[in-house]
Design a protein around this ligand. Structure first.
Ligand code: ATP
Ligand code: MG
Length: 572
């Protein structure tokens, strides 16, 4: 079987439009700020699987670095031993590779820097810029104040350097229980920026870390680890989402006090999608509450879910380019993602025929034992994808919905006395409807075919209005087909912890015993198909087996995004 050809992206070859991030980099290159270097990073916390929002960040960080012939790092921010697992690290690596990026040797872990970070903390203690606090977590919260009220200084704030060093060493050695002490930066309890009110730098967690084992009893807070890790790796442009804007003064404070290398932090708006929740915490809840079959459930916005659903990496990269980067938060219509996907699949997918809800059609004037091999074009968009043979015989299946005994107006499919085209085959006319005597259910329909219309064309100029897909009964293979709808039934499902109330109960429909054209028996998970008139499909990489074909509908054919664009153009 032919593999669909990976077309190289047009977008990748053309100049990418400028944006505020590129402008900053251009300026830095001009001024020689980083000696012409461009080094970016993607810093996931390995506490869940990557989602399409992360893909935006990866495409941005890694895309920019490669466009500027720079370097990009993948760094795991593994500072919380309780929530992090090796499974997530493996999944993240697989997903970023799949997206099409190769970071070579540049894979790092924040835990690589635990010794260095500890030294940094000691340096701040010695400078009188950090202290060990014995207040409880609740007390610290209460002392912190609010946006309207300044905070209060901890009674432990003015411990001597010696006492702080001693306590901090004992924290490290495992001398205390979780939460008994924290190391805090000594900044300003009255700062209007809450992040500057003596934030925690180290906390006590007596747990096993996936890489450092039981070596440590204290772990750096994200805010203490993150900026310093960027600095250690000599990142030039530290691109992150908007919620870190308020943390920037703190990151700068640490770098200044430590007198170490300064990356430039640039914030951009995170991706939000309609009908989707994006936070890892919420996705984890869906998994652990069995609302979905796993992180890679084809309805999940995770990269593993999208991949299993049939998304191509190219489509996701194109989407990331299309949405661009902005400085203020907004929500992207999921129809745009699906539109981008269709664009890509349209070029890659082999057109095939499958009947999901079969209705038997007997062609009465067709010879009993005869089988014909008809030619079918694999993809009208791409001649190089060639043609294949599809078998035709006396009994075929069509979709139940393609026949109406009593057709409503504008119904152009099959009906008694009416002629339609079978795609790639013949014109057929319905002459009889056979029903169950008791239930009146339609059992089969009888048709005649016109042998002069082979290939689906008539040379006497006779026109038919409907073209149906079909499968030869004798040659059909059985398979299961899974149709998906949005996982949530609300455009913005993310109302706090009640978001699971907005789950769409009809997000998965499984149809067994579908009739598939025989060429589909040799499909592989890499293949992309358009089941004619039904949408784009691919094999399910988890549940499909040799004798049990399972196809996922990646996306339907109806392009709601194109419709939105057209109606906006009309209005405009
Ligand atoms: P979540 O909020 O989904 O749990 P996170 O920000 O906690 O995600 P991290 O592992 O810390 O997850 O994210 C790694 C990087 O991905 C960060 O730099 C973060 O800014 C970026 N990122 C996370 N979510 C999005 C998003 N929706 N759009 C763009 N970038 C994102
Ligand atoms: Mg985070």
């Amino acid at each position: 079987m032919r593999e669909p050809k990976e077309k190289t992206s047009e977008i990748e070859k053309t100049e990418k439009p400028s944006n505020f991030i590129r402008n900053i980099i251009d300026d830095d290159l001009k001024s020689g700020k980083y000696d012409g270097r461009v080094v970016t990073r993607f810093p996931p916390e390995p506490n869940g699987y990557l989602h399409i929002g992360h893909a935006k960040s990866i495409c941005l960080n890694f895309g920019i670095a490669s466009d500027y012939s720079g370097v990009y790092h993948l760094r795991f921010d593994d500072t919380n031993p309780i929530k992090e697992e090796d499974e997530y690290i493996k999944a993240i690596i697989k997903d970023v590779r799949w997206l099409g990026f190769d970071w070579g040797e540049n894979q790092f872990f924040a835990s690589d820097y635990f010794d260095q970070l500890f030294e940094y903390a000691v340096k701040l203690i010695k400078k009188g810029k950090a202290y060990v606090d014995s207040l409880s977590a609740n007390e610290i919260r209460a002392y912190r104040g609010t946006l309207k009220e300044p905070g209060k200084e901890s009674p432990y704030r003015n411990r001597s350097v010696e006492e702080n060093l001693d306590l901090f060493e004992r924290m490290k050695a495992g001398g205390f229980k979780n939460g008994e002490m924290v190391l805090r930066a000594k900044i300003d309890m009255t700062s209007p920026n809450l992040n500057m009110r003596d934030p925690a730098m180290y906390r006590i967690i007596n747990a096993i870390h996936h890489r450092t084992g039981d070596m440590w009893h204290i772990y750096p807070m994200y805010d203490f680890a993150h900026g310093q890790s960027d600095s250690i790796e000599k990142i030039t442009h530290s691109i992150c989402t908007l919620e870190f804007e308020d943390h920037r003064p703190l990151y700068n404070w640490f770098l200044d006090e430590l007198e170490i290398y300064h990356p430039t932090q640039i914030e951009f708006a995170r991706l939000n999608l309609t009908y989707t929740v994006m936070s890892k915490r919420k996705l984890l809840r869906l998994v652990s509450e069995n609302q979905v079959s796993g992180w890679d459930d084809p309805r999940m916005p995770t990269l593993s879910g999208l991949r299993r659903r049939g998304y191509t990496a190219q489509a996701i990269r194109n989407f990331a380019d299309k949405i661009g980067v902005a400085k203020s938060d907004s929500t992207v219509d999921i129809a745009l993602l699906e539109h981008t996907l269709r664009d890509d699949l349209n070029q890659k997918a082999r057109r095939v025929m499958a009947v999901l809800n079969p209705l038997k059609v007997v062609i009465t004037n067709y010879p009993e034992e005869q089988t014909e091999e008809l030619d079918a074009v694999n993809n009208p968009e791409d001649e190089s994808m060639g043609t294949r043979k599809i078998p035709f015989s006396k009994i075929i299946y069509i979709e139940k919905t393609d026949f109406e005994e009593d057709p409503p107006p504008k119904y152009f499919r099959l009906a008694p006395g009416r002629e339609v085209r079978l795609k790639h085959a013949y014109y057929i006319s319905c002459i009889e409807v056979i029903k169950d005597e008791k239930t009146a259910e339609i059992l089969e329909i009888h048709c005649t075919y016109d042998p002069k219309t082979r290939g689906g064309w008539s040379d006497d100029g006779r026109k038919v209005k409907g073209t149906l897909h079909w499968v030869s009964a004798r040659h059909a293979i059985n398979g299961e087909v899974r149709l998906y709808d949005h996982l949530f039934n609300k455009e913005n499902p993310d109302d706090g912890d009640n978001f699971t109330n907005n789950l769409n109960p009809d997000s998965l429909e499984s149809i067994k015993n579908c009739k598939l054209e025989p060429s589909l028996a040799e499909s592989t998970v890499e293949n992309r198909f358009q089941f004619m008139r039904l949408g784009y499909f691919c094999l399910d990489s988890v549940d499909s087996g040799k004798d049990n074909l399972v196809f996922n509908r990646t996306v339907g054919l109806r392009d709601t995004w194109a419709r939105i664009q057209r109606s906006q153009a009309k209005k405009g």
